[in-house]
Design a protein around this ligand. Structure first.
Ligand code: DCP
Ligand code: MG
Ligand code: MN
Length: 338
């Protein structure tokens, strides 16, 4: 929305003058001297004019106002705004919004808030905005977190996690999921599924949170802890890692998966997200429910779609078996891109 000065110091054409002035300011920034001069002249004419100018014809009849400006003056007088100005305002702000949205931990809402508060650069955010510790890390490592990780490096991070876990207990397994498992040549982050045969989530949590993370933090591999989430649908730890001798921080997710849920977790954390959505949809058309823990049948829902019963687990452990029960031909992870 464009702001208009309510005062009448510029006479009956004050609103028009304010908006034309904002356009002139914009052209001032782009260095378009010819346009700036045209706008200044038109503004001068309107300032001296004792009557409100409402139409293109009226504007054209005045000195120093050409065809294009006359049309703009009519648009402003009719609608109280100028679409061209809305556009030029949106262009740079959109770019700023895009930049801010890529800060780790900041979604659309937070990014919009920063834009509305008038911040224009990441440095301004660091210097003046009220930030959470994670947002601060996200800005300090903005380039790192927004650059793609070469496949070979994703593997190296996975190897470090696997080696450290094997030193604690050789029965642990680490599978790198996400885009890496789909065969991508670069990934946005490293998704490590951590599991162990016949092991409860309580034990997984104890080993990973109380031993693994401490060990890898002490060794300098884990460099930031960003989120630790433990809910019914699983435990995960989000952080950042850095290979020995390197400077670039990478985003890493540790996903703790009890072995009887491994198949469903593999499907979920291999993705991609659209493939997952289509699998869940397919399950629901067959009266079943698929989530990251398993495939269930007989899940009852009330009129408001609220869950009345969890249903019974059909399969959770075996990835291929879940495809079979759903009646979908097996798809290699490399082909799970919708
Ligand atoms: N996932 C999902 N729905 C979401 C987010 C994630 O189903 N809203 C699942 C599918 C993803 C997997 O989790 O493949 C891992 O999430 P990532 O955000 O790490 O996405 P990818 O690993 O697929 O891609 P990237 O290379 O960007 O990390
Ligand atoms: Mg990923
Ligand atoms: Mn991830």
């Amino acid at each position: 929305m464009q702001k208009h000065s309510a005062g009448s110091s510029d006479g009956p054409n004050a609103t028009t003058i304010t908006i034309l002035q904002q356009m002139a300011d914009y052209y001032g920034k782009t260095g378009d001297e010819w346009r700036i001069r045209a706008y200044r002249k038109a503004i001068g004419t309107l300032r001296n004019h004792p009557v409100k100018i409402s139409t293109r014809e009226e504007a054209l009849a005045l000195p120093q106002i050409g065809e294009r400006l006359a049309c703009k003056i009519e648009e402003i007088a009719t609608t109280n705004r100028l679409r061209r100005l809305d556009n030029v305002k949106a262009e740079p702000n959109d770019q700023i919004l895009q930049t801010f949205m890529q800060v780790y931990g900041a979604g659309l809402a937070k990014a919009s808030e920063w834009v509305a508060q008038g911040y224009k650069t990441l440095d301004e955010l660091l210097g003046k905005a009220c930030l959470t510790e994670n947002q601060r890390i996200g800005i300090h490592h903005y380039e790192d977190f927004n650059s793609r990780i070469p496949r070979a490096e994703v593997k190296q991070h996975g190897d470090v996690v696997r080696q450290a876990l094997h030193n604690i207990d050789p029965a642990f397994e680490v599978i790198v999921g996400g885009s890496y498992r789909r065969g991508a040549s670069t990934s946005g982050d490293i998704d490590c599924l951590i599991t162990r045969p016949d092991t409860s989530s309580t034990h997984l949590r104890a080993v990973v949170l109380e031993q693994l993370i401490q060990t890898l933090t002490a060794s300098g591999f884990l460099v930031a802890s960003l989120a630790s989430i433990h809910k019914d649908d699983g435990s995960k730890w989000h952080g950042a890692s850095c290979l020995p001798g390197r400077k670039t921080w990478r985003r890493i997710d540790l996903l703790l998966v009890p072995s009887d849920e491994l198949g469903a977790a593999l499907i979920y954390f291999t993705g991609n997200d659209i493939f997952n959505r289509s699998m869940r949809l397919l399950a629901s058309t067959k009266g079943m429910r698929l989530n990251q823990r398993g495939l269930y049948k007989g899940c009852l829902r009330g009129h408001g779609r609220e869950k009345l019963s969890e249903g019974t687990l059909v399969e959770g452990r075996d990835e291929k078996r879940i495809f079979e029960v759903l009646g979908v031909p097996w798809r290699m992870p490399e082909h799970r891109i919708c």
